[in-house]
Every structure is written in C-alpha cells, then in structure tokens.
Design a protein around this ligand. Structure first.
Ligand code: PMP
Length: 419
C-alpha cells in the first residue's frame, strides 16, 4: 500500500482522527482489537434502523430480510477463508469457538454426535508452548473432564516451535493438535503444514487459532487443510461480539452441540431433542445478527483492498518495527528477526516494566499493549513476566511507526536503560 492509499483509508476510520493528551492518536494496538471503518459502523446501523429482526423465525418481511442478510454474511465470510457457507458457525469470539469444540468433543461421550469423536482417558491433546490462554485452558479443562493427557510442543529460546520434537509429542494417542497460526506475542507465522501432516498421519484433528492471521495474511482453510479454524471479528475491522468457527463439513456433521436451546433443533419432547444439521446445530439461541452483518462489511472492506496487499504492508511495517527496535540499546525483540512475521513486534526494554513504558508512550498519544498478553507460559519460557507489543493494521502509517520508535528510544534514555 502506498502512503497516499493508507492516508485515504484512514479517513474511513473516524477514531483515527482522535487526539490523546493533545497528541494525534497513534494506534499500535490492533492485535488486541482493530479499529472499525465507517462501512462496518454503517452496515450495523443500517440493519438496526431498517431491518432489525430475529433470524430463522417468523413469517414477516423483516424476519425474512434479516435472515437473508445474515446468511449472505455467512457466505461472505466463508468465501473470505475459502470455505463453504455450511462450514461457518457464528460464535461470540474465538474463545467461544475453541470452547465449543472442546466441549463438543467431550459431549460426544454422552452419545450425541459420533461416539468415535469422544475423548477417552489416556488420549492425548497437543498444544504448543506459545498459545494464547484461549487456545490452552479449554484443552486443559477438556483433559480434566475426560482423563486425557495434555502435552505441548515446546518452543526454542527465540519462541520458534521445536519442529524437531514433533515426532515425540504427536503420537498414535494424539486426538487433537491445537496451534495458533500467528503468535499474538511474537508475531511469527507458525509452520502449520508440518503440524497438519503430523496430526493427520495419526488421525488427529487440527484446531487452528487464526485470530492473528485472519486480519493480516490471506487465510485459506482448505489449502492449510486444518479441520477447525477460529477467529474473532473485532480483530479484523469487524464488531465485537462476533467470531467465526470454520469446521470441515464432515467433521461438523459428526460433532455434537455445545450450547443447546432454541433454534438448533428439529423436534423436542419432554425427554429429548433432535438437532439440526450444522451450522445451525451450533447456533443455539437468538443470534448476533447486526454483528455478523458488520463483520461481512469488514470482510468486503478487506477484500476490496486485497489481503495480499494488506499482508505486504503489514510485513513491511513489521520488519521496520523489528529493525528499529533492535537499534535501541537495551531492547530485546522477541522472536527471530528473519522469520516470516506480520505487523507485530513484541519486545522487552531492559529493566523497564512494560506498564511504565506503556504509560510513557501514552503520554505521547501512542497506544501499545503491555502485560503477559494472555500467554503466561510463553513469557515464562522466554524468561519474562510481561512484555510490550506494537502491532499494525492496514491503516498504520510509516510516520506512526517512526514516532513509536523515537518514543521507545527516548524512554530508554528517560529510564536510564543500560544495554
Ligand atoms: N488467540 C489469539 C492468538 C489472540 O490474539 C486472541 C486475542 N488476544 C485470542 C485467541 C482470543 O480472542 P477473543 O478474545 O476475541 O476471543
């Protein structure tokens, strides 16, 4: 993207014109949540003002229009990731998507869905050492509920997955391999193909946490051949309150529901219920209609620019962040400087607590994320309790990145950092 294009896109994002403490806002926290263009805000407002209605119910005109738009939104999101609409389940966010799969797998033991999917004592679930807590704790809990064993693929000193250990960690007993496409702490794209090959060789399903890839790089679930993928709308220009669960159709058809209630059944007696096929089987209760429509508008916005171009922009800014940070004395950039990375750089400034750095930058209108980023095990492995993270989006300018780099260098001076 050229600087002129980025400046044009920025006019679509009202919040980017805000000032913080008298400084123009430099929003470098898109990995936590992205900002929303007017197209998304307008799509939600237009729906709520003119067509708001519950979907899949009622014979009236608004209900029919809302249902049509809701299903169109599903098709738009499906096309964005290379899936069929029937393979897309709406969730609240990625967290709910992962919990849905983990609970559905244990529910299989009660006779719903395909009992062959049930996780049994001694089965193994595999995560990696760099997962967000959202892709760790649901598997810990599944292991506790079922007597399965949770194993992990370690990372090396730089946070890269230890592919040399795949053969030790993924075994004949492995049933699930859960991995993030891109780490939310170090921004490196993980080697998914190797993990998928190893998992499928032993009949395990692969659950991909695509939260940090969907906004940044083209995501093709079929090309990746993952069985499940989840992501959150709010990180990819869409609204909060909506997430996406992709599942291969054949798997979703075997998977029992997680949440049960209205809108997911065919017949109900006082004793039992028959469930609808996917995706409705997984969408109990009144749906997040305006949010799904908002997310479809976000996807159209991203598509109009083109994910390959957005990826190139993020990659370039990511490289500049890493190179600029590495030049500041006392900064340790997390993750290899040469690995494929999105527009995200995690780092530590020697002896300065990330919260103090965050405050220093905030005084200049620069927003970054500080803390453990919901990845305590990875921080522990890297010898840290917390870190700082700057992340970009298609609306991030070179100027904002330079302002941030100057501010970090100034902070190093201010806090008396010694390399
Ligand atoms: N996984 C990763 C890699 C993330 O970055 C996040 C959000 N920080 C999540 C999962 C959870 O997303 P959400 O809170 O929207 O469910």
């Amino acid at each position: 993207l050229t600087e002129a294009e980025v400046l044009t896109f920025r006019r679509d994002f009202p919040i980017l014109g805000e000032t913080v403490g008298g400084h123009p806002l430099a929003y470098l926290d898109s990995a936590a949540t992205s900002q929303k263009p007017r197209a998304v805000l307008d799509a939600e407002r237009d729906f709520l003002e003119r067509r708001n209605s519950a979907v899949h119910r009622g014979a009236h005109t608004l209900a029919a229009e809302a249902t049509e738009e809701f299903e169109e939104a599903r098709a738009t999101v499906a096309a964005f990731v290379g899936a069929d609409p029937g393979e897309i389940v709406w969730t609240s966010n990625a967290t709910e998507g992962i919990n849905l799969v983990a609970y559905a797998l244990s529910n299989a033991a009660y006779g719903d869905g395909d009992p062959a999917l049930a996780i049994a004592p001694g089965d193994e679930l595999v995560v990696t050492e760099l997962e967000h807590h959202a892709n760790l704790i649901p598997w810990q809990q599944l292991a506790r509920r079922t007597g399965a064993v949770l194993r992990h693929l370690p990372v090396d000193d730089e946070g890269a997955l230890r592919l040399d250990l795949i053969g030790d960690v993924i075994t004949d007993r492995t049933r699930v391999v859960a991995v993030s496409h891109v780490s939310n702490v170090i921004g490196i794209v993980n080697p998914i193909a190797e993990l998928v090959a190893a998992a499928h060789a032993v009949g395990a399903i692969v659950v991909l946490d695509a939260c940090q890839s969907a906004p940044h790089i083209p995501l093709d679930v079929r090309a990746l051949d993952v069985d499940i993928a989840v992501f959150s709308g709010h990180k990819m220009l869409g609204p909060t309150g909506v997430g996406v669960l992709y599942g291969k159709r054949a798997l979703l058809e075997r998977l029992p529901p997680f949440l049960t209630g209205g809108s997911m059944i065919t017949t109900v007696t006082l004793e039992r219920a028959e469930f609808l096929p996917p995706p409705q089987r997984f969408e109990a209760g009144t749906q997040r209609v305006s949010q799904a429509i908002g997310l479809a508008a976000a996807v159209r916005y991203l598509d109009a620019i083109g994910m390959p171009r957005i990826a190139a922009h993020d990659r370039r800014l990511g490289r500049r962040l890493v190179e600029g940070l590495a030049a500041v004395s006392g900064v340790r950039v997390l993750g290899s400087a040469t690995a494929e990375r999105v527009g995200l750089a995690g780092f530590d400034l020697a002896g300065v607590h990330p919260h103090d750095l965050g405050q220093f930058l905030d005084d200049r209108g620069i927003a970054i994320r500080v803390g453990h980023h919901c990845a305590q095990p990875l921080h522990r492995r890297l010898g840290l309790t917390a870190s700082s993270r700057a992340s970009t989006a298609l609306y991030t300018t070179d100027d904002e990145v330079e302002r941030f780099l100057i501010a970090v260098a100034d902070a190093a001076g201010f806090f008396g950092v010694r390399p």
